[in-house]
Ligand binder design. Structure first.
Ligand SMILES: Cc1cc2nc3c(=O)[nH]c(=O)nc-3n(C[C@H](O)[C@H](O)[C@H](O)COP(=O)(O)OP(=O)(O)OC[C@H]3O[C@@H](n4cnc5c(N)ncnc54)[C@H](O)[C@@H]3O)c2cc1C
Length: 307
C-alpha cells in the first residue's frame, strides 16, 4: 500500500525493521519473529540493504517472500552505494512487478572489507536516488499510478558526515523536496533530540510525516554495538546510570533497557508522533514487551501465514 494511504489514519503508525539473515539458523529465527509479530499487524515492516555483495539479493528475496506469503506490507531499503542506474532500474522493475508499495531511499553505509570508490557510484547522495525513483514513477510502470511511495532517513542528533547542522538541514530539505513522502529517523535515546529535529523540520517547511526510530538496549554488548552502528548515538546520563547499576546482571540490563524504551514511546505518543519504527534486530521478544505495554489495540487479527 502506498505510504500516503498507510499514514492517512489519525493514529500513529507502528512498524518493524528486519535485516536479511545470512545463516540457516538466523533465517529460522527471523521467520519465527515474523510469525510472532504478524498478529500485531504493523502498518509496515522494512528490510535493510547491505553495503554490497550477496546479502543484497537476500533483501530482494526476503521482501518478496514477506509480500507473497504474509499479510505484512514490506518496504525495502535501497542505497546509492555500489550501484549504477541500470542496476537500480532493474531492482525497481522487480519490486514494481511484485507490487511493492514503497521504498526507503538511502545513501548507504560504506562497504567494509572491499575496495570502494564513491565517485564511481551513479548516485552520490540519497537525493539522487529519490529523484531517480521519482522519474521511474512517472514512467507508469508501477501498478499504483502514483508509483512507489518514497521514504528517506532523518538524523535527530545530526549526521556525522555534515557537522554543520545548518548545511545539513539544507541538504535534508532538498532531499525531501525532491520527492520524499515520509521520513524514518535514526535511533535516538533522548526524545528532546527527536522533538527538536521535528521542530527544525517545521521551521524549514518540511511537512511530511516523521517516524521515530526506536531500538531498546537489551544487553551491554548490544548497547556497545548500537553506539558503533548508529555512528555515535548520544546516550543520556539517566540511561547510562541505570545500566551501570545493573551491568553485571544481564536480565536486569534487559529490563532497564525495555523500561527506558517504553517510557520513550509513551512520551512520543503524548507528543503526537506520526509513527514509531522498532529496530527489532530480527527478534520479537523486546518489541512485543514494548508494544504490549503501550496499550495500543491491535489493528486486525490475520490468519497465521505460511512463512
Ligand atoms: C532509518 C534508517 C535506515 C537505514 N537503513 C540502511 C540500510 O538498509 N543499509 C545501509 O547501508 N544503510 C542504512 N542506513 C544508514 C544510512 O545509509 C547512512 O547513515 C548514510 O550515511 C546516510 O544515509 P542518508 O540516506 O541520510 O544519506 P544522504 O541523504 O546522502 O546524506 C549523507 C550525508 O551527506 C550529506 N549530504 C547530502 N546531500 C549533500 C550534498 N549535496 N553535498 C554534500 N553533502 C551532502 C548529508 O548532510 C549527510 O551528512 C539507515 C539509516 C537510517 C536512519
Amino acid at each position: 500500500m502506498h505510504i500516503t494511504d498507510i499514514m492517512r489514519g489519525d493514529s500513529p503508525t507502528f512498524s518493524f525493521e528486519f535485516f536479511p539473515p545470512k545463516t540457516t539458523e538466523a533465517v529460522e529465527t527471523l521467520y519465527q519473529t515474523i510469525r510472532d509479530l504478524e498478529s500485531y499487524m504493523p502498518h509496515f515492516v522494512s528490510v535493510t540493504y547491505g553495503a554490497g555483495g550477496s546479502t543484497r539479493d537476500l533483501t530482494h528475496d526476503l521482501v518478496e517472500r514477506i509480500q507473497h506469503t504474509t499479510k505484512l506490507d514490506p518496504i525495502p531499503h535501497l542505497t546509492c552505494v555500489c550501484h549504477n542506474e541500470e542496476e537500480i532500474e532493474r531492482i525497481l522493475l522487480r519490486y514494481a512487478k511484485s507490487a511493492i508499495g514503497n521504498i526507503l531511499a538511502l545513501g548507504g553505509d560504506r562497504p567494509v572489507g572491499i575496495a570502494y570508490d564513491k565517485s564511481r557510484d551513479s548516485f552520490q547522495h540519497a537525493i539522487d536516488l529519490v529523484k531517480f525513483i521519482r522519474r521511474f514513477n512517472e514512467s507508469g510502470t508501477h501498478p499504483d499510478r502514483r508509483g512507489f511511495g518514497i521514504g528517506v532517513a532523518g538524523f535527530p542528533e545530526g549526521h556525522p558526515a555534515t557537522p554543520n547542522r545548518l548545511f545539513e538541514m539544507d541538504y535534508f530539505k532538498a532531499k525531501v523536496d525532491a520527492g520524499a513522502d515520509y521520513v524514518v529517523t535514526q535511533l535516538f535515546f533522548d526524545n528532546r533530540d527527536f522533538l527538536d529535529f521535528r521542530e527544525r523540520c517545521t521551521l524549514a517547511n518540511i511537512q511530511i510525516p516523521i517516524i521515530a526510530g526506536i531500538m531498546p538496549v537489551t544487553s551491554i554488548g548490544g548497547f556497545k554495538r548500537i553506539a558503533e552502528l548508529a555512528g555515535g548515538a548520544r546516550f543520556p546520563a539517566k540511561l547510562l546510570r541505570a545500566l551501570q547499576r545493573c551491568q553485571s546482571d544481564p536480565e536486569m540490563v534487559k529490563r532497564v533497557g525495555l523500561h527506558f524504551a517504553i517510557e520513550q514511546c509513551h512520551d512520543l505518543l503524548d507528543n503526537d508522533v506520526a509513527g514509531i519504527h522498532f529496530y527489532t534486530l530480527n527478534r520479537s521478544d523486546a518489541t512485543r514487551v514494548i508494544f504490549d505495554s503501550l496499550g495500543i489495540p491491535r489493528r486486525r487479527n490475520p490468519e497465521p501465514s505460511s512463512v
